[in-house]
Design a protein around this ligand. Structure first.
Ligand code: IDP
Ligand code: MG
Length: 135
């Protein structure tokens, strides 16, 4: 069974949307096989988003991701990576398909409520980042 990594970002946790988002995850037939909650340090947020380090929004993104508690979920389903990206929707909530989590819950292009690993390789890296040895 394929696995992927999901984050519920600070904007959604702060607005008490954790239950609603987990409910959608379960309705869409994902199995939640691990879950943890934490507040990222600035350094950890920088490391997690290092692929975006040269983007103009990097410092703002890191500050936002370290601004409050997040939830980290390890999800399992056939085709989990693709299925979770489809459910979470376009980066910009105003462009996200109707019914996707970002369309329903996202505030703006930065505070878009959820994160999905973008490939099988990234999923493995991100799962290791949050659930690997030493965590
Ligand atoms: P994704 O999360 O849909 O894969 P990415 O382009 O990988 O989008 O960007 C990672 C995260 O960085 C986004 O989810 C969002 O929180 C933030 N972000 C992306 N583009 C912008 C932007 O133009 N302004 C501010 N934040 C952005
Ligand atoms: Mg991405």
């Amino acid at each position: 069974m394929e696995q992927t990594l999901a984050l519920i970002k600070p904007d959604a946790v702060q607005r008490r949307l954790v239950g609603a988002i987990i409910s959608e995850i379960e309705k869409n037939d994902f199995q939640i096989v691990a879950i943890r909650t934490l507040k990222l340090s600035i350094d950890a947020a920088k490391q997690f988003y290092q692929a975006h380090r040269s983007k103009p929004f990097f410092d703002s993104l890191v500050g936002y991701m370290a601004s409050g508690r997040i939830f980290v979920l390890l999800l399992e389903k056939d085709d989990a990576v693709e299925a979770w990206r489809k459910l979470h929707g376009h980066t910009d909530p105003t462009q996200a398909e109707i019914g996707t989590l970002r369309q329903r819950f996202g505030i703006d292009v930065q505070q878009n409520s959820v994160h999905a690993a973008d490939s099988l390789a990234t999923a493995l890296d991100e799962i290791n980042f949050f659930f690997g040895e030493g965590q």
